[in-house]
Design a protein around this ligand. Sequence first.
Ligand SMILES: Cc1cc2nc3c(=O)[nH]c(=O)nc-3n(C[C@H](O)[C@H](O)[C@H](O)COP(=O)(O)OP(=O)(O)OC[C@H]3O[C@@H](n4cnc5c(N)ncnc54)[C@H](O)[C@@H]3O)c2cc1C
Length: 473
Amino acid sequence: MFTLVLFQQDLRLHDHPALFHAAENGRVATAYIAQPLKSRPTASDVWRHHALLDLQQSLKKKNQTLILRQGDFVDEVLKLIDELKCDAVHWHRSYEKERIEVLQKLRQALEQKGVHVHEFEGTLLLQPEEIVNGKKEHYQVFTPFWKRYRGEHIPSSLPEPETIEQGESAPSLSVDDLGLLDSVNWYDDVLAHWKIGERAAIDQWLHFREEPIANYAEDRDFPAKMSTSLLSPHLACGSISARALWASGRSMMQSEQYTAKSDEIDSFLRQLVWREFSYYQLHYNPDLDAVPLRKEFEAFPWLNNDQAFVEWQKGQTGYPLIDAGMRELYATGFMHNRVRMVSASFLVKHLLIEWQKGYEWFKETLVDFNIANNGMGWQWVAGCGADAAPYFRVFNPILQSEKFDGKGDYIRKWLPELENVPDKYIHAPFEAPERVLEEAGVELGRNYPFPIVDHKAGRKRALEAYDVIKKSK
Ligand SMILES: Cc1cc2nc3c(=O)[nH]c(=O)nc-3n(C[C@H](O)[C@H](O)[C@H](O)COP(=O)(O)OP(=O)(O)OC[C@H]3O[C@@H](n4cnc5c(N)ncnc54)[C@H](O)[C@@H]3O)c2cc1C
């Protein structure tokens, strides 16, 4: 058998069922088909550029050439099949609406040509159809969903193939040709914060499981503590597999060496299942990224003030925790989860800007962007998703800041202009006496903004807007 393996959001060799089974069955060719970008490259496109370079190198060590092509996905694969004369094509299942349609079209075209097609699970721990409740319905609420995972058998992860027999190859573009890097170089500064590729992802996990995981359950909400795994961009492009992480986490829980960390590991695995839950929701709601799951939100009276949106994007809202988060995002392509929740809530509730605009900004700037997590994250914050935070629960950006960045370490890291503001006022500099600000070198309206909306007034306005759709229910 000669099999063509199509890489997509699974840029790794370990636990890659499509590749593993192709290598077991005979000769192999590997390809990545890039669809032309519809807009300027985003942070996750730049990440993918480097993850592809890494994959190319890993395959080369196995005497494999990764064939790169660009164009219409179906046409390009069909052309390759004619050039290579493969008997079979392997790929991993996708949960994204557009890609599902493309893969269905491809399957039909290949089967018409008599080419054998095999689709494997390469993204999730379990496929959505496997998880239904006692009434054979899909879960709408996270906690019972998570409990199911604890008791389920998760298929074990596969090793990387020891050898891969190279079949015929075909001409390839270079990674540069795919146009994943922007013509203006804003990305070197972002990339300086990261190591990209499969080895880097595995090393990141090994580091995390030895040290930061020790206090994960307690510390994961405190952005200055840097106690989360930072694996999300690796998971998004598939440089590390969720099943491999699950297997490693579960075996740690069973080992005496890690007994003391058992709750922490469990807490980490729970977050991995949040990722599952978001793909699960995407599976049942293919427009999760654009259409509110709670239909009454379609009539929400958004204000959509453009100026306020730009101030939010630039981290110039006058609320330090939010501004620190937005600047962290712009500088590194990442934002801590707690701060994502607070800054997203501020956009949707205090500024009454529709969540889809926030989704688009995160899509452009996050290195870990993926439709499922971003869609669920925004719908959760906006109160219109499955098992979402109720709309009327409006995060107070000052209290959140006091609670999760008490000493202001995170704020000072990203807002150097507030470095000398005393702890007491770091969460709300506009409440500080003029003399204190003067001594700290802060002049509101000059080197740090006044709040663009008063918290109490913003909260009241948000609740009044919610009343409009509540009445129309
Ligand atoms: C508005 C909003 C938008 C978001 N957009 C994205 C996105 O585009 N891509 C993305 O990967 N995550 C997104 N998240 C979820 C979460 O913020 C990140 O997954 C997390 O911050 C990644 O950091 P980490 O890898 O250190 O997480 P850890 O705490 O170490 O968690 C381990 C893994 O579990 C998964 N995970 C953790 N928290 C969540 C969560 N709340 N929802 C779903 N999966 C989770 C991630 O894959 C993560 O890598 C979003 C959250 C919000 C509130």
